[in-house]
Design a protein around this ligand. Structure first.
Ligand SMILES: Cc1cc2nc3c(=O)[nH]c(=O)nc-3n(C[C@H](O)[C@H](O)[C@H](O)COP(=O)(O)OP(=O)(O)OC[C@H]3O[C@@H](n4cnc5c(N)ncnc54)[C@H](O)[C@@H]3O)c2cc1C
Ligand code: SF4
Length: 487
């Protein structure tokens, strides 16, 4: 424990954001880093709890009190070593994780919790700056070959772990660049893509082969995977949800992922024919989650005339709801930096029709207010409230409704069983599908989730693959469940 009275002396300090007016002019990150003395104080707020709930709140089992202590001591290199012992990519989670660890921090019961996520980001950024993060190729090779399908955080974590165990790893990615949703889902202003490139360069130097523009089961015969000793499917859960609403095919109703992907490609100089732009338009984003928030930030950067957000669920409480007490992941209203940039948020509202002109162009949305009827033992029922019909002018409606599950190409071509939620089926903790040498991890196995879970699953699946191939494994496994986070 850095300083016994740290939590009494110092208040939580977060990174500030650059002013809205300035940041909506570009697509770069806009946080203002804390100074080293400020970070040292933040590290000293950790109480080194006898039972560190932060540790079990983290799906990776990050050694949080230990690295907080090192930061307070100014031992940044040791902090980086500790952090990397459980997390392959803290530069991703340090920027993008909703930080369940902070929600389960003991200090959070009476004060603002320790700023764990920001400490994590600063440790890894310092380590890159100092040149402490170097490629660590394995000392010897086992002669076993592994194919990983999908280069999101799950695939990358599995690849790095299996390569460390001495196996020869090839990662196949259908997109033109590595990173999964980190590359083309999450906007550049939330994480600059050079952050991914920097890490991929390390992985390549460690001996991992990356093949982009290879869509397994489409432009690459899935049978060719048989040449590998083991396969890990990390294809994500990217089957998009739509609405059974009249007018859904109107010109101007666009899937959020198309909108976000196009913008990131444009930032990196690609020529997108007829890019969907929010410029000078009345935009309505349907869906109140992370994807919706990213669409709001992007629409404001395009220069939308107005940005409105619809969510069919009720507005969550401003504070923890009694149904999710500490240390659980709270049901609570989240206001992101994109929301702060300008949006009118509406809850308990349902879209009844996408109205078009005679050319099929979207002009408005018709909505009705709703309420949820809860009957114990039955599924919640959606009730429309009479007399609340409204028409909203709208030139661009962005569907940010989440994903229904993984795509079926790989399961069809490889004969992989799916579970009741359509995810690729694997025994819990084993990551092995019904085909013994084929494993699966990340969103493809658990459904649309979080980066931190994807990394955790990639690491754990790698260990199981290693045991399958070698009969034993020296790869680490977390000793906590992280199941305080039901995401
Ligand atoms: C817009 C958006 C914002 C988000 N924001 C956050 C956030 O702020 N914080 C957070 O923690 N989580 C966030 N998430 C969720 C997070 O991105 C995912 O949970 C995470 O990326 C899942 O990782 P994964 O490796 O399992 O899959 P993915 O990242 O989906 O990667 C799967 C990869 O597999 C590839 N692939 C699929 N099939 C094939 C095939 N047949 N051949 C070759 N390649 C294939 C895909 O192209 C893709 O690159 C967000 C998601 C979205 C959509
Ligand atoms: S729960 Fe909070 S205060 Fe306790 S060890 Fe973890 S970070 Fe430190």
């Amino acid at each position: 424990m850095g300083k016994v009275t740290g939590f009494k002396e110092f208040e939580r300090q977060d990174e500030a954001y650059k002013p809205v007016k300035e940041r909506v002019e570009h697509y770069k990150e806009f946080t203002v880093p804390l100074s080293e003395p400020e970070l040292t104080k933040q590290g000293s707020r950790c109480m080194d709890c006898g039972i560190p709930f932060c540790h079990s709140g983290c799906p990776l089992g990050n050694l949080i009190p230990d690295f907080n202590h090192m930061v307070h001591q100014g031992e940044w290199q040791k902090a980086s070593w500790l952090l990397h012992s459980t997390n392959n990519f803290p530069e991703f989670t340090g920027r993008l994780c909703p930080a369940p660890c902070e929600k389960s921090c003991v200090l959070g019961i009476i004060e603002d919790p320790v700023s764990i996520e920001n400490i994590e980001k600063n440790i890894v950024e310092r380590a890159f700056k100092e040149g402490w993060i170097k490629p660590q190729p394995p000392k010897s090779r086992t002669g076993k070959t592994i194919a990983i399908v999908g280069s999101g955080p799950a695939g990358l974590a599995a690849a790095q772990q299996l390569n460390r165990a001495g196996h020869t790893v090839t990662v196949f990615e259908r997109d033109d660049a590595i990173g999964g949703l980190l590359r083309y889902g999450i906007p550049n202003f939330k994480m600059e893509k050079e952050i991914i490139d920097r890490r991929v360069a390390i992985l390549e130097a460690e001996g991992i082969t990356f093949k982009v523009n290879v869509n397994v089961g489409v432009n690459y015969d899935a049978k060719e995977l048989k040449a590998f000793d083991a396969v890990v499917l990390c294809g994500g859960a990217t089957e998009r949800r739509s609405l059974p609403t009249p007018g859904i095919d109107a010109d101007g109703v666009v899937q959020a992922m198309d909108f976000l992907t196009q913008q990131t490609k444009v930032v990196f100089g690609q020529d997108i024919k007829e890019q969907v732009l929010a410029t000078d338009k009345h935009v309505i984003v349907i869906g109140g989650g992370d994807t919706g928030s990213d669409c709001i930030g992007t629409s404001n950067r395009h220069g939308a005339k107005s940005v409105v957000n619809f969510e069919i669920m009720p507005k969550p409480p401003g504070h923890r709801s009694p149904t999710t007490p500490w240390p659980y992941w709270p049901l609570q209203l989240k206001t992101s930096s994109s929301h702060e940039e300008g949006v009118e948020r509406n809850w308990l509202i349902n879209t009844k029709e996408f109205v078009t002109d005679k050319n099929g162009k979207l002009t408005a949305l018709k909505t009705v207010n709703v309420e949820w009827k809860m009957v114990p033992g039955e599924r919640p029922q959606l009730i429309e409230i009479e007399g609340t019909e409204k028409t909203w002018p709208c030139d661009l409606a962005l569907l940010a409704l989440g994903f229904t599950g993984p795509e079926s190409t790989l399961s069809d071509k490889l004969g992989i069983e799916r579970d009741a939620r359509s995810n690729y089926k694997a025994e819990y903790g084993k990551y092995q599908t019904n085909i013994p040498n084929i494993f699966t991890a990340g969103d493809m196995r658990r459904g649309q989730s979080l980066i931190v879970w994807a990394i955790s699953e990639g690491r754990e699946a790698a260990r199981q693959v290693d045991i399958y191939l070698m009969g034993k494994s020296n790869l680490p496994s977390k000793d906590v469940s992280g199941d305080l986070v039901a995401l």
